[in-house]
Design a binder for this molecule. Structure first.
Ligand code: ADP
Length: 160
């Protein structure tokens, strides 16, 4: 059984994340989508429990994918869920720099292997921060988030 952990903030989950999750689900027996948060910092745009429920909704039908939340170091999350490796998505050369640094540190600290998956051309431009920005100004986020959560995300971030 090969299990991979896909960590991130998923604040909220986007079609870019979904592409990585679907492709990872074909390559591994089990994918654990892990919301990593810092318990001593303020929550992101969405509380962790809301991010979990949005992910569960978006992932329904993907039988070998689970959702979990971890409030600590990535190497602790890997140990806690028994993952064999970590997977991350690469969009730009800026992502490469950050991801290589994190991959090296996580290998040094905990022997964790990180696999980097190239973003699909259709979703390479999508980020959760861009989705939040569009929604807060009342724009259409439908092209960027899974259809099953689009209305809820828009309603939670609607302009004042
Ligand atoms: P974001 O950068 O959208 O806020 P996260 O911090 O939750 O997302 O990132 C989790 C992982 O998902 C990271 O490896 C990030 O590079 C990857 N990722 C984010 N958006 C995309 C995308 N559009 N395509 C592929 N991978 C992505």
């Amino acid at each position: 059984m090969r299990t991979v952990l896909y960590p991130g903030s998923f604040d909220p989950v986007t079609n870019g994340h979904m592409d990585i999750i679907r492709r990872a689900a074909k390559a591994f027996d089990t994918v654990i989508v892990g919301i990593l948060y810092n318990p001593s910092k303020p929550a992101g745009a969405f509380p962790v429990d809301v991010r979990i429920s949005l992910l569960e909704n978006a992932l329904s039908g993907l039988d070998n994918v689970q959702v979990a939340a971890f409030g600590g170091l990535l190497i602790e999350a890997v140990q806690a869920c028994g993952a064999d490796a970590v997977i991350r998505g690469l969009r730009t050369t800026a992502d490469v720099e950050i991801e290589l640094q994190m991959a090296r540190i996580n290998h040094e600290l905990g022997g964790v292997e990180t696999l980097l998956m190239a973003a699909a051309p259709e979703t390479v431009h999508i980020s959760a921060s861009m989705v939040r920005e569009i929604a807060r100004f009342g724009g259409d986020i439908a092209p960027y988030v899974p259809p099953s959560i689009c209305k809820q995300v828009a309603a939670l971030l609607k302009p004042l």
